[in-house]
Design a protein around this ligand. Structure first.
Ligand SMILES: [Zn+2]
Length: 198
């Protein structure tokens, strides 16, 4: 677990122009040794956010931050096969960049390694959708479950093959984040009372 947040900034053309905090440490700990600062600087954010729905939401969140100059904060999960990582991402206006993303670890829970994420040996057939934000798995049309429950229902442990994983956003997260986009802005400091006329 890393208490230092992972930070990056983008410019007006959505290119990553700065990374800091625990970025490098986090990349190395999660097999992202091709995602060190020198590898990502100058590259468009969209190379790392590949699913269309999530891109659309990122764009709307960034627009809101840029136009209102008020940060937004969104809970998300960044799991590994044997850990549930509960994170919080804030997108904030920045003086010299379009905006700054800060992801903080809120808490970590250990779990048995999930074969859907960990198994490199078994053949993969078909696809299954995972929510990029909450990491739930679509087990049937419009039915999303935590990966442990999905593994139980779909018998991943004993299956001869596993599905490929594709990322999307589940209806619950879509509603939650879209709702946040429409939230009224926090009240600003009241204007000082006009000076009384003598
Ligand atoms: Zn979700």
């Amino acid at each position: 677990m890393t208490p230092t947040p992972c930070i990056y900034r983008i410019d007006a053309s959505y290119r990553i122009v700065a990374v800091g905090g625990s970025w490098a440490e986090f990349a190395l700990a999660n097999g992202g040794d091709n995602l060190l600062p020198d590898d990502v600087l100058g590259r468009p954010l969209w190379e790392f956010v590949t699913d269309d729905n999530t891109r659309h939401l990122y764009r709307m969140l960034i627009d809101r931050v840029v136009h209102t100059r008020v940060a937004v904060s969104i809970p998300f999960r960044c799991d590994s096969p044997d850990k549930r990582r509960f994170m919080q991402m804030s997108i904030a206006p920045h003086a010299t960049a379009l905006c700054e993303f800060t992801s903080r670890m809120v808490r970590v829970e250990t779990r048995p390694p999930q074969v859907l994420l960990a198994d490199q040996e078994r053949p993969r057939m078909g696809t299954i959708r995972i929510c990029s934000w909450c990491k739930s798995v679509e087990v049937a049309a419009s039915r999303w479950e935590e990966i442990e429950e999905a593994a139980r229902q779909m018998e991943f442990f004993a299956a001869a093959s596993l599905p490929f994983v594709t990322h999307t956003i589940c209806p619950k997260c879509n509603e939650r984040i879209t709702g946040q986009l429409n939230e009224p802005l926090p009240p600003t400091a009241p204007e000082p009372d006009p000076r009384p006329i003598d």
